[in-house]
Each structure stands twice: as C-alpha cells, then as structure tokens.
Design a protein around this ligand. Structure first.
Ligand SMILES: NC(=O)c1ccc[n+]([C@@H]2O[C@H](COP(=O)([O-])OP(=O)(O)OC[C@H]3O[C@@H](n4cnc5c(N)ncnc54)[C@H](OP(=O)(O)O)[C@@H]3O)[C@@H](O)[C@H]2O)c1
Length: 368
C-alpha cells in the first residue's frame, strides 16, 4: 500500500500532444502521486519543446502548465522512458500496438487508452469505477510473456462510449442481479475522434450515423468489463455467468466533448425493479477506487439528475471534473424493462481520467 508520504512515481505520456494526451498533461502536471518527467509523440513533434510541439493545437481552457512547457518531446522509444514507473499512452492505434508491446517487454508499466490490447486475454480492460479487481491478472500476464518479466505490464481502459454505459450497468447488476438485454444508442462528441477529427463541413448542421468499429467495441468490451476473473486469476470469464446481449447504434453529433447514450435494459429476474428502486441503487453505488481514497476518484460514481431534461453534454460533462457518470430520465420501457439517459465526458473518464485512476488504484494495491 502507498502512503501520502511515499515519493512520487515518475511517469511519462505517449501521444502527449493529442486530444487525450493534453488531458493527461493537465492531470499529471500537479498530481500528488505522480511526477511527469517524459513526453512522447510522433517524429513530427520529437525534439521540440512541448509548448512548440502543441503550438496552434493546444485546445484546453487552461494554459500549458509551467512545469511542462519546456520538456522536450521524445520519439516513443523505450530509452527515453526507462526512468518511468508508469507510462500512460494516448497513442493512435497504429503505433500503439508495437510501441506498447516494446515498452512492456522492457519491463515498463503501460496504462493505455488505445484499442489494441483491450480484448487481449492477458490484459485487463478496466473502467476504474467498475472492475479494478481485474488488476489481479497482472502476475499471470508477467509470467506468461516470453521471456517472463517481473515489473512491466499493459493495463487498458475502455472505449469512451462503453465507459459511459458500463458503470451504470455494473450498478444495476450489483443491485438487481444479471442483466438480460441492453440496447444502446449513442450521440457522441467530435473530440472522440481526436484532433482535428471530422471536418466541420460534415458535422455542422448534421448527424453522422456511423463511427467505424464503435458499435462492436461497446458490444464486446462490456462483457469483458462486467465479467469476472476466473478463481485462479489467469483468465477473464467475459460474463459467462449470464446470457447478457448488448446491441449498440453509434452516431457522431455536433458536440465538442461529452458522449450521451440512451439505454434500454431488461433484467434476468422478474419482476424488474421499479424506476424508484433504480434511482436509489444508482445513487448508492460505490466502487473500489472510492473506497481506497484515490485522488482522482469522484465523490459520486453516478450522479442521478432529477430534472427531466438532464443530463446534457454542455451542462453536465465537467461535473466532478468529468470523473463520474451522469444519469437521468429513468423510466419504464414498454419493450425491455427500464430506460434511461447516461452521459460521460469522453476525454476525461472516457480516456485520460480512467488511465490515471487505474494507475492510482494499482499504486494503492501494490502493483507499482
Ligand atoms: N478522443 C477520445 O475521446 C478518446 C477516448 C478514448 C480513447 N481514445 C484513444 O486514445 C488514443 C488517442 O486518441 P486522441 O483522440 O488523443 O488522438 P489524436 O488527437 O489524434 O492524438 C494522437 C497522438 O498520437 C501521436 N502519434 C501519432 N502517430 C504516431 C507515431 N507514429 N508515433 C508516435 N506517436 C504518434 C500524435 O503525435 P503528433 O502530435 O506528433 O502527431 C498524438 O500525440 C487513440 O487510440 C484513441 O482511440 C480517444
């Protein structure tokens, strides 16, 4: 277990200049457990001071932190990051596969936002408000590599739209037993596609009813996250305990940050809980990151809004610094059992906050 007096763990960020990378910079530049010492990006940015590498591309309300401005961006190669106890990755999926694997092979600990290792049978896929117990596969991951390693690993966090829904599904399963069917329709922000993302000519005055690969991610990642670890802690059961079926429709909408989802669910056990019981259960939901007192954990994992027209991306995405999930409009569904609206800040809990919080939990549990 770490204590507040422990020295800070040196950390690096891969993809530090991108949409997710910039959020990492803001979260890590003054963190009680982590000291940001190394930044990586593509060859176009390598060799530049961070402030120069992001010139014209820094899209945050806050300025580039003083202690980060002059750090020189490196190529994403192991040697520049050997001093790091943790490496956070906001890399595009193209470079993420080989780079993250090389970092792990060099005995570094990688917390990744990229899709590459999410469904790998040795890598945990962790939404920090849901399944931090999956960290316990780490010893088996290390032992299974060839050659085996004693410190490094890859831990992934989920697709941003999966994250906004699965926290609520976990709270429902905890309170009312297995779910049977889940139907999700997303309205996803432009920032989810990175910078510069979809062209303004395509998204202003429009909705794009396709986000390539996104629906499959929600449908498969949800089962791994809600499932358990086998008793020997060597495999994920991918929700083998129940017949959960998930169907997703994904749409890109003209919102900058914040993925909204409309969700209908049915429960295995009948009669299904009432909307009032669900409100109570969601408000009572707590997770391990909160119990451990992690710095980035929200006070409320799920905020249930009473107003009939909330949550809304512009009004609710920054509540609790975007670290929790917002839910509203909980009501009976005439086709399945219950329906509701959920909102996640895709660049915070949907990306950088999840990685940072996963690392905070790993620190508290002795995996750093
Ligand atoms: N945006 C979201 O809401 C969100 C949410 C969850 C997960 N993710 C995932 O997070 C990752 C990053 O997404 P993003 O939205 O931040 O993308 P982005 O804005 O396009 O940033 C990509 C980053 O990767 C770097 N990069 C690109 N090619 C590289 C290469 N060959 N070698 C080394 N670095 C390279 C870029 O550096 P340069 O600036 O030098 O080009 C930049 O720092 C993706 O895997 C994405 O799927 C994103």
């Amino acid at each position: 277990m770490s204590s507040s007096n422990s020295p800070k763990v040196k950390v690096g960020v891969l993809g530090a200049t991108g949409t997710v990378g910039q959020r990492f910079i803001l979260q890590l530049s003054s963190h009680p457990n982590f000291e940001l010492v190394a930044l990586g990006a593509s060859s176009a940015s390598a060799g530049k001071r961070y402030i120069d590498a992001v010139a014209g591309r820094w899209k945050q309300v806050h300025p580039v932190p003083e202690n980060v401005r002059d750090l020189v961006v490196q190529a994403c190669e192991v040697d520049a990051f050997r001093q790091c106890g943790v490496v956070f990755s906001g890399l595009d999926s193209g470079p993420a596969g080989p780079v993250e694997e090389a970092f792990r092979a060099a005995n570094l600990r990688v917390f990744s936002n990229a899709k590459n290792y999410r469904m790998d049978p040795l890598c945990p896929l962790i939404v920090p408000l849901v399944n931090t117990d999956h960290l316990d596969i780490i010893p088996h991951q290390r032992a299974s590599l060839s050659p085996p390693i004693d410190q490094g690993y890859i831990v992934t966090n989920a697709n941003c739209s999966t994250t906004g829904v699965v926290v609520v599904l976990k709270a429902l399963e905890n309170a009312f037993g297995p779910l049977d069917k889940v139907l999700v329709t997303t309205l996803q922000a432009i920032s989810g596609g990175g910078y510069p993302g979809v062209s303004s000519m395509d998204i202003v005055d429009n909705v794009v009813p396709l986000i390539s690969g996104e629906e499959g991610k929600i449908e498969t990642e949800t089962l791994k996250i809600l499932g358990g670890l086998t008793s020997d802690k060597k495999a994920f059961d991918n929700h083998a305990s129940g017949p959960l079926a998930v169907s997703a429709h994904c749409n890109r909408v003209p919102v900058i940050d914040g993925h909204l989802a409309t969700v209908s669910v049915s429960f295995a056990k009948k009669p299904a809980p009432s909307p009032e019981e669900i409100v109570k259960a969601l408000r009572a939901y707590r997770c391990e990151a909160q119990e451990l007192g992690c710095h980035s954990a929200p006070e409320f994992a799920i905020t249930v809004h009473d107003e009939p027209d909330r949550p809304q991306p512009r009004l609710d995405r920054d509540w609790q610094n975007g670290a929790g999930v917002n839910v509203g409009r909980i009501r009976e569904c005439p086709v399945l059992d219950i329906k509701f609206v959920s909102l996640v800040n895709n660049v915070m809990l949907g990306a950088a906050t999840s990685s940072v919080l996963n690392a905070e939990v790993a620190l508290k549990k002795g995996y750093l």
